[in-house]
Write a protein that binds this ligand. Sequence first.
Ligand code: SAM
Ligand code: SF4
Length: 329
Amino acid sequence: MFEDRFGRVHDDLRVSVTDRCNLRCTYCMPSEPEWFDRESILTFEEIVRLVRLASGEGVRKVRLTGGEPLLRRNLPRLISMLDDEPRIESLSLTTNGLRLQQMAPDLATAGLQRINVSLDTLDPDRYKKLTRRYRLDSVLRGLDAAQKHGLSPIKINVVVLTGVNEDEIEPMVERGREKGWEIRFIEFMPLENGGTWNMTRVVTGEAIRERIARRWPIEPEPGADPTAPAARWRFVDGRGRVGFIDSVSAPFCTHCTRLRLTADGMFRVCLYDDNEVDLKGPMRSGASDDELIVLMRDAVRGKRRGGALEILEGREALPLTRTMHQIGG
Ligand code: SAM
Ligand code: SF4
Protein backbone atom coordinates (compact mmCIF):
# COMPACT_ATOMS: atom_id res chain seq x y z
CA MET A 1 0.00 0.00 0.00
CA PHE A 2 1.04 3.57 -0.63
CA GLU A 3 0.63 4.70 2.98
CA ASP A 4 2.64 7.64 4.27
CA ARG A 5 3.83 8.58 7.75
CA PHE A 6 0.62 10.50 8.38
CA GLY A 7 -1.63 7.52 7.63
CA ARG A 8 -2.75 8.81 4.25
CA VAL A 9 -3.42 5.91 1.89
CA HIS A 10 -2.87 7.04 -1.69
CA ASP A 11 -5.29 5.63 -4.24
CA ASP A 12 -5.31 8.40 -6.84
CA LEU A 13 -2.71 8.89 -9.58
CA ARG A 14 -2.61 11.83 -12.00
CA VAL A 15 -0.71 10.87 -15.10
CA SER A 16 0.58 13.65 -17.32
CA VAL A 17 0.88 12.38 -20.89
CA THR A 18 2.52 15.46 -22.38
CA ASP A 19 3.75 18.87 -21.30
CA ARG A 20 2.74 20.39 -24.64
CA CYS A 21 -0.33 22.53 -25.01
CA ASN A 22 -2.29 24.39 -27.64
CA LEU A 23 -3.11 27.16 -25.15
CA ARG A 24 -0.87 29.32 -23.00
CA CYS A 25 -3.07 30.08 -20.01
CA THR A 26 -1.43 32.90 -18.12
CA TYR A 27 -1.87 31.26 -14.72
CA CYS A 28 -0.31 27.99 -15.89
CA MET A 29 2.67 28.57 -18.18
CA PRO A 30 4.90 31.21 -19.72
CA SER A 31 4.07 32.54 -23.18
CA GLU A 32 7.16 30.85 -24.67
CA PRO A 33 7.52 27.58 -22.81
CA GLU A 34 10.41 25.17 -23.27
CA TRP A 35 9.09 21.70 -23.95
CA PHE A 36 10.56 18.44 -22.73
CA ASP A 37 12.62 16.50 -25.31
CA ARG A 38 10.49 13.99 -27.15
CA GLU A 39 12.63 11.06 -26.06
CA SER A 40 12.17 11.97 -22.42
CA ILE A 41 8.41 11.46 -22.63
CA LEU A 42 7.19 8.11 -21.31
CA THR A 43 5.86 5.69 -23.88
CA PHE A 44 2.40 4.18 -23.45
CA GLU A 45 3.99 0.87 -22.45
CA GLU A 46 6.03 2.63 -19.75
CA ILE A 47 2.99 4.49 -18.44
CA VAL A 48 0.91 1.32 -18.32
CA ARG A 49 3.66 -0.57 -16.53
CA LEU A 50 3.89 2.10 -13.82
CA VAL A 51 0.12 2.36 -13.48
CA ARG A 52 -0.09 -1.42 -13.13
CA LEU A 53 2.54 -1.40 -10.40
CA ALA A 54 0.78 1.47 -8.64
CA SER A 55 -2.52 -0.37 -8.86
CA GLY A 56 -0.87 -3.30 -7.10
CA GLU A 57 -0.20 -0.85 -4.26
CA GLY A 58 -3.81 0.29 -4.06
CA VAL A 59 -4.17 2.99 -6.72
CA ARG A 60 -7.73 2.79 -8.05
CA LYS A 61 -8.28 6.15 -9.74
CA VAL A 62 -6.31 7.40 -12.71
CA ARG A 63 -6.73 10.83 -14.26
CA LEU A 64 -4.91 11.71 -17.46
CA THR A 65 -3.74 15.26 -17.75
CA GLY A 66 -0.93 17.42 -19.08
CA GLY A 67 -0.13 19.86 -20.74
CA GLU A 68 -3.02 19.16 -23.01
CA PRO A 69 -3.60 15.39 -23.01
CA LEU A 70 -5.60 15.41 -26.25
CA LEU A 71 -2.45 16.49 -28.08
CA ARG A 72 -0.79 13.19 -27.29
CA ARG A 73 -0.86 11.09 -30.42
CA ASN A 74 -3.07 7.97 -30.25
CA LEU A 75 -4.35 8.83 -26.80
CA PRO A 76 -7.41 6.55 -27.20
CA ARG A 77 -4.96 3.63 -27.46
CA LEU A 78 -3.50 4.50 -24.05
CA ILE A 79 -7.00 4.83 -22.64
CA SER A 80 -7.99 1.40 -23.82
CA MET A 81 -4.73 -0.07 -22.46
CA LEU A 82 -5.51 1.49 -19.07
CA ASP A 83 -9.14 0.43 -19.30
CA ASP A 84 -7.88 -3.17 -19.50
CA GLU A 85 -6.20 -2.81 -16.10
CA PRO A 86 -8.63 -4.66 -13.84
CA ARG A 87 -7.80 -2.81 -10.63
CA ILE A 88 -8.34 0.69 -12.03
CA GLU A 89 -11.90 1.60 -11.12
CA SER A 90 -12.03 5.17 -12.33
CA LEU A 91 -10.43 6.52 -15.49
CA SER A 92 -10.88 10.18 -16.26
CA LEU A 93 -9.27 13.06 -18.12
CA THR A 94 -8.75 16.79 -17.69
CA THR A 95 -8.64 18.75 -20.93
CA ASN A 96 -8.98 22.25 -22.28
CA GLY A 97 -11.57 20.81 -24.66
CA LEU A 98 -10.17 22.25 -27.91
CA ARG A 99 -9.88 18.85 -29.60
CA LEU A 100 -12.85 17.28 -27.90
CA GLN A 101 -15.26 17.62 -30.77
CA GLN A 102 -13.14 15.37 -33.01
CA MET A 103 -12.00 13.04 -30.28
CA ALA A 104 -15.05 12.49 -28.05
CA PRO A 105 -16.32 9.40 -29.96
CA ASP A 106 -12.92 7.65 -29.87
CA LEU A 107 -12.33 8.56 -26.24
CA ALA A 108 -15.69 7.14 -25.22
CA THR A 109 -15.18 3.96 -27.27
CA ALA A 110 -11.75 3.48 -25.73
CA GLY A 111 -13.27 3.35 -22.24
CA LEU A 112 -12.92 6.87 -20.87
CA GLN A 113 -15.57 7.37 -18.21
CA ARG A 114 -15.56 11.07 -17.40
CA ILE A 115 -13.97 14.36 -18.30
CA ASN A 116 -13.20 17.66 -16.68
CA VAL A 117 -12.99 20.56 -19.08
CA SER A 118 -11.19 23.74 -18.10
CA LEU A 119 -13.01 26.91 -19.05
CA ASP A 120 -12.63 30.18 -17.20
CA THR A 121 -14.77 32.47 -19.29
CA LEU A 122 -17.66 32.47 -21.76
CA ASP A 123 -16.49 35.68 -23.37
CA PRO A 124 -14.41 35.15 -26.55
CA ASP A 125 -12.21 38.22 -26.07
CA ARG A 126 -11.48 37.38 -22.51
CA TYR A 127 -10.79 33.79 -23.49
CA LYS A 128 -8.15 35.05 -25.86
CA LYS A 129 -6.57 37.18 -23.17
CA LEU A 130 -6.50 34.44 -20.56
CA THR A 131 -5.31 31.65 -22.82
CA ARG A 132 -3.29 33.78 -25.26
CA ARG A 133 -5.30 31.99 -27.96
CA TYR A 134 -8.72 32.52 -29.54
CA ARG A 135 -10.72 29.34 -29.77
CA LEU A 136 -13.62 29.48 -27.36
CA ASP A 137 -16.08 28.15 -29.97
CA SER A 138 -14.12 24.92 -30.31
CA VAL A 139 -14.39 24.30 -26.58
CA LEU A 140 -18.13 24.84 -26.57
CA ARG A 141 -18.58 22.49 -29.51
CA GLY A 142 -16.33 19.98 -27.76
CA LEU A 143 -18.50 20.11 -24.66
CA ASP A 144 -21.61 19.34 -26.69
CA ALA A 145 -19.83 16.43 -28.35
CA ALA A 146 -18.67 15.03 -25.01
CA GLN A 147 -22.19 15.17 -23.67
CA LYS A 148 -23.54 13.49 -26.77
CA HIS A 149 -21.06 10.65 -26.45
CA GLY A 150 -21.81 10.00 -22.80
CA LEU A 151 -18.61 11.35 -21.25
CA SER A 152 -20.54 12.54 -18.28
CA PRO A 153 -21.13 13.97 -15.77
CA ILE A 154 -19.03 16.78 -17.18
CA LYS A 155 -17.19 18.93 -14.70
CA ILE A 156 -15.93 22.37 -15.66
CA ASN A 157 -12.81 23.66 -13.92
CA VAL A 158 -12.84 27.42 -13.48
CA VAL A 159 -9.97 29.45 -12.07
CA VAL A 160 -11.18 32.88 -11.00
CA LEU A 161 -8.65 35.70 -10.90
CA THR A 162 -9.15 39.01 -9.16
CA GLY A 163 -10.15 41.72 -11.60
CA VAL A 164 -10.08 39.32 -14.56
CA ASN A 165 -13.14 37.07 -14.56
CA GLU A 166 -14.94 37.49 -11.23
CA ASP A 167 -18.01 38.73 -13.09
CA GLU A 168 -18.26 35.36 -14.88
CA ILE A 169 -19.10 33.43 -11.72
CA GLU A 170 -22.85 33.82 -12.17
CA PRO A 171 -22.92 33.27 -15.98
CA MET A 172 -20.83 30.12 -15.54
CA VAL A 173 -23.10 28.78 -12.83
CA GLU A 174 -26.14 29.59 -14.92
CA ARG A 175 -24.72 27.81 -17.97
CA GLY A 176 -23.78 24.82 -15.79
CA ARG A 177 -27.29 24.55 -14.44
CA GLU A 178 -28.74 24.77 -17.94
CA LYS A 179 -26.40 22.17 -19.43
CA GLY A 180 -26.07 19.82 -16.46
CA TRP A 181 -22.35 20.54 -15.96
CA GLU A 182 -20.91 20.67 -12.45
CA ILE A 183 -18.90 23.88 -12.21
CA ARG A 184 -15.83 23.61 -9.96
CA PHE A 185 -14.10 26.75 -8.85
CA ILE A 186 -10.36 26.28 -8.25
CA GLU A 187 -8.34 28.85 -6.38
CA PHE A 188 -5.34 30.25 -8.25
CA MET A 189 -2.24 28.42 -6.98
CA PRO A 190 1.36 29.66 -7.03
CA LEU A 191 2.42 27.34 -9.84
CA GLU A 192 2.53 29.68 -12.79
CA ASN A 193 6.26 30.39 -12.72
CA GLY A 194 6.07 34.02 -13.75
CA GLY A 195 6.29 35.02 -10.13
CA THR A 196 3.06 36.99 -10.53
CA TRP A 197 1.12 34.98 -7.98
CA ASN A 198 0.11 36.71 -4.82
CA MET A 199 -2.79 36.35 -2.45
CA THR A 200 -4.54 39.46 -3.72
CA ARG A 201 -4.98 37.76 -7.11
CA VAL A 202 -6.75 34.76 -5.55
CA VAL A 203 -10.53 34.86 -5.40
CA THR A 204 -11.33 32.54 -2.53
CA GLY A 205 -13.93 29.82 -2.58
CA GLU A 206 -15.68 31.56 0.26
CA ALA A 207 -16.05 34.78 -1.71
CA ILE A 208 -17.39 32.80 -4.67
CA ARG A 209 -19.88 30.89 -2.50
CA GLU A 210 -21.18 34.15 -1.06
CA ARG A 211 -21.63 35.57 -4.51
CA ILE A 212 -23.47 32.49 -5.80
CA ALA A 213 -25.66 32.24 -2.71
CA ARG A 214 -26.97 35.76 -3.28
CA ARG A 215 -28.66 34.54 -6.43
CA TRP A 216 -29.13 30.79 -5.90
CA PRO A 217 -29.26 29.45 -2.32
CA ILE A 218 -26.72 26.63 -1.87
CA GLU A 219 -25.91 24.21 0.93
CA PRO A 220 -23.06 21.75 1.56
CA GLU A 221 -23.81 18.33 0.18
CA PRO A 222 -24.16 15.86 3.05
CA GLY A 223 -21.94 12.76 3.24
CA ALA A 224 -18.93 14.35 1.54
CA ASP A 225 -15.80 12.26 0.88
CA PRO A 226 -13.09 13.88 3.06
CA THR A 227 -10.34 12.87 0.60
CA ALA A 228 -12.02 14.57 -2.37
CA PRO A 229 -10.30 17.85 -3.29
CA ALA A 230 -13.59 19.56 -4.16
CA ALA A 231 -16.14 20.45 -1.51
CA ARG A 232 -19.48 19.93 -3.18
CA TRP A 233 -22.44 22.18 -2.53
CA ARG A 234 -25.93 21.68 -3.96
CA PHE A 235 -28.50 24.16 -5.08
CA VAL A 236 -31.38 24.27 -2.65
CA ASP A 237 -33.82 24.25 -5.59
CA GLY A 238 -32.48 20.81 -6.54
CA ARG A 239 -30.99 21.93 -9.89
CA GLY A 240 -27.45 20.62 -9.72
CA ARG A 241 -24.27 21.11 -7.76
CA VAL A 242 -21.23 23.28 -7.66
CA GLY A 243 -17.76 22.37 -6.37
CA PHE A 244 -15.03 24.38 -4.67
CA ILE A 245 -11.35 23.54 -4.56
CA ASP A 246 -10.10 25.95 -1.93
CA SER A 247 -6.52 24.87 -2.46
CA VAL A 248 -5.01 28.11 -1.19
CA SER A 249 -7.37 29.43 1.48
CA ALA A 250 -8.04 25.97 2.94
CA PRO A 251 -5.48 23.48 1.62
CA PHE A 252 -6.64 19.88 1.68
CA CYS A 253 -3.16 18.49 2.38
CA THR A 254 -4.28 16.70 5.53
CA HIS A 255 -6.50 14.42 3.47
CA CYS A 256 -4.47 14.37 0.27
CA THR A 257 -4.25 10.92 -1.28
CA ARG A 258 -2.99 12.01 -4.70
CA LEU A 259 0.22 11.10 -6.48
CA ARG A 260 1.53 12.32 -9.81
CA LEU A 261 3.51 10.89 -12.66
CA THR A 262 4.94 13.60 -14.89
CA ALA A 263 5.18 13.22 -18.66
CA ASP A 264 8.96 12.81 -18.34
CA GLY A 265 8.65 9.98 -15.86
CA MET A 266 9.09 11.64 -12.48
CA PHE A 267 7.03 10.47 -9.53
CA ARG A 268 5.78 13.41 -7.53
CA VAL A 269 4.06 12.96 -4.19
CA CYS A 270 2.97 16.59 -3.73
CA LEU A 271 2.16 19.38 -6.19
CA TYR A 272 4.42 21.66 -4.20
CA ASP A 273 7.34 19.35 -3.60
CA ASP A 274 10.14 19.46 -6.17
CA ASN A 275 11.83 16.41 -4.64
CA GLU A 276 10.65 14.08 -7.35
CA VAL A 277 11.75 10.53 -7.82
CA ASP A 278 12.97 9.52 -11.25
CA LEU A 279 11.22 6.35 -12.43
CA LYS A 280 12.05 6.64 -16.11
CA GLY A 281 15.84 6.41 -15.67
CA PRO A 282 15.77 3.21 -13.60
CA MET A 283 13.02 1.76 -15.81
CA ARG A 284 15.04 2.37 -18.97
CA SER A 285 18.14 0.91 -17.31
CA GLY A 286 16.33 -2.33 -16.63
CA ALA A 287 14.93 -1.92 -13.10
CA SER A 288 12.68 -4.78 -12.01
CA ASP A 289 9.07 -4.28 -10.95
CA ASP A 290 10.08 -4.76 -7.33
CA GLU A 291 12.77 -2.11 -7.61
CA LEU A 292 10.31 0.38 -9.10
CA ILE A 293 7.76 -0.37 -6.39
CA VAL A 294 10.37 0.28 -3.69
CA LEU A 295 11.20 3.64 -5.28
CA MET A 296 7.53 4.61 -5.27
CA ARG A 297 6.85 3.36 -1.75
CA ASP A 298 9.85 5.23 -0.37
CA ALA A 299 8.74 8.42 -2.09
CA VAL A 300 5.27 8.11 -0.56
CA ARG A 301 6.75 7.46 2.85
CA GLY A 302 8.79 10.64 2.48
CA LYS A 303 5.73 12.78 1.71
CA ARG A 304 5.58 15.78 3.97
CA ARG A 305 2.61 16.93 6.02
CA GLY A 306 1.54 19.29 3.28
CA GLY A 307 3.28 21.43 0.71
CA ALA A 308 0.52 24.01 0.44
CA LEU A 309 0.35 24.31 4.21
CA GLU A 310 4.08 24.86 4.41
CA ILE A 311 3.97 27.58 1.76
CA LEU A 312 1.10 29.36 3.47
CA GLU A 313 2.85 29.12 6.80
CA GLY A 314 5.88 30.74 5.14
CA ARG A 315 8.22 27.79 5.53
CA GLU A 316 8.72 27.10 1.86
CA ALA A 317 10.04 29.38 -0.83
CA LEU A 318 8.46 30.02 -4.22
CA PRO A 319 8.57 29.70 -7.15
CA LEU A 320 8.99 26.01 -7.68
CA THR A 321 11.09 24.70 -10.53
CA ARG A 322 8.18 23.22 -12.46
CA THR A 323 5.04 25.02 -13.55
CA MET A 324 1.62 23.44 -13.57
CA HIS A 325 1.78 22.29 -17.20
CA GLN A 326 5.00 20.38 -16.46
CA ILE A 327 3.59 18.70 -13.36
CA GLY A 328 0.09 17.81 -14.51
CA GLY A 329 -2.77 19.56 -12.78
N1 SAM B 1 -4.66 21.27 -20.34
C1 SAM B 1 -5.62 20.63 -19.53
C2 SAM B 1 -6.61 21.61 -18.96
O1 SAM B 1 -6.34 22.81 -19.01
O2 SAM B 1 -7.62 21.15 -18.45
C3 SAM B 1 -5.04 19.78 -18.42
C4 SAM B 1 -3.86 20.33 -17.69
S1 SAM B 1 -4.16 21.79 -16.72
C5 SAM B 1 -2.58 22.05 -16.01
C6 SAM B 1 -5.14 21.11 -15.40
C7 SAM B 1 -5.88 22.10 -14.55
O3 SAM B 1 -4.95 22.88 -13.83
C8 SAM B 1 -6.75 23.08 -15.32
O4 SAM B 1 -8.08 22.99 -14.85
C9 SAM B 1 -6.18 24.43 -15.00
O5 SAM B 1 -7.16 25.41 -14.91
C10 SAM B 1 -5.51 24.16 -13.68
N2 SAM B 1 -4.44 25.10 -13.38
C11 SAM B 1 -3.34 25.39 -14.10
N3 SAM B 1 -2.55 26.29 -13.48
C12 SAM B 1 -3.18 26.59 -12.32
C13 SAM B 1 -2.88 27.45 -11.23
N4 SAM B 1 -1.78 28.19 -11.20
N5 SAM B 1 -3.76 27.49 -10.19
C14 SAM B 1 -4.88 26.74 -10.20
N6 SAM B 1 -5.21 25.89 -11.19
C15 SAM B 1 -4.39 25.83 -12.24
FE1 SF4 C 1 -2.62 24.36 -21.33
FE2 SF4 C 1 -4.24 23.44 -19.44
FE3 SF4 C 1 -2.15 24.95 -18.78
FE4 SF4 C 1 -4.15 26.08 -20.05
S1 SF4 C 1 -4.24 25.15 -18.01
S2 SF4 C 1 -1.98 26.31 -20.57
S3 SF4 C 1 -4.86 24.47 -21.34
S4 SF4 C 1 -2.06 22.95 -19.67
